[in-house]
Design a binder for this molecule. Structure first.
Ligand code: PRP
Ligand code: URA
Length: 209
């Protein structure tokens, strides 16, 4: 079964409070989303394997640890996931980036696919799928299926805010995928928005409403 980690760190919660505030404009919203993604990346990569390497310091030979194992890929769900990519790449500059395009039909709340472009060796990479919002869970579950259909095997999902309903949906559809969220909110409203949430992440990031 998927492991769900609510990161709940004081620095992240502080920044999330600004992100949630309706008075926060696009410029600050973008900056804060990127910062929270960077802080979350620290936790999401905690289990990466390391290997011993011998390093010559100015004083002597030291046995140090360096990353070993699979290379990483970051896959944002367009559009709003784009806001998390740079923050993660600050910590993991060698990661490749794929893109999955999905939008949620406003009437049916069902995800509609419109784009998928992935690193060609995605099957060998550990993939971190990113989207600020896990609401009904439809978009994330669909994105994970799209990735699996193209060969991806080692997947994690990282979201800023999740509803209990969205977590349940992804856990059931993809029990092999661990989920990392900064904070789990109370519920969804009748329009499928997370309560209290932050509103429409894509519109707030890109200033489209
Ligand atoms: C938002 C968000 C998620 C999705 C979550 O994207 O970024 O992708 O909704 O909702 P769900 O869990 O109910 O599927 P949206 O469809 O608004 O597209 P956008 O990022 O292009 O604005
Ligand atoms: N998409 C968003 O951007 N926000 C929500 O609360 C739900 C879906």
């Amino acid at each position: 079964m998927s492991k769900v980690t609510e990161i709940n760190h004081p620095l992240i919660l502080h920044k999330l409070a600004f992100i949630r505030n309706k008075e926060t404009g696009s410029k600050d919203f973008r900056q804060l989303v990127s910062e929270v993604a960077m802080l979350m990346a620290y936790e999401v990569t905690r289990d990466l394997p390391t290997e011993n390497v011998q390093i010559e310091t100015p004083i002597c030979t030291a046995t140090c640890k360096m990353l070993a194992g699979k290379k990483l890929a970051v896959v944002p769900i367009l559009r709003a996931g784009l806001g998390m990519v740079d923050g993660i790449l600050n910590l993991i500059p060698a990661a490749k980036v794929g893109h999955v395009g999905l939008y949620r039909d406003e009437e049916t709340l069902q995800p509609v696919e419109y784009f998928c472009k992935l690193p060609q060796d995605i099957a060998e990479r550990e993939v971190i799928v990113v989207d600020p919002m896990l609401a009904t869970g439809g978009s994330a579950a669909d994105a994970l299926t799209m990735l699996k259909n193209r060969g991806a095997k080692y997947l994690k999902l990282m979201c800023l805010i999740a509803s209990p309903e969205g977590i349940k949906m992804v856990k059931e559809a993809h029990p092999d995928v661990d989920i990392f969220v900064a904070q789990i909110d109370e519920k969804l409203n009748e329009h499928g928005y997370i309560v209290p949430g932050l509103g429409d992440a894509g519109d707030r990031l890109f200033g489209t409403k």
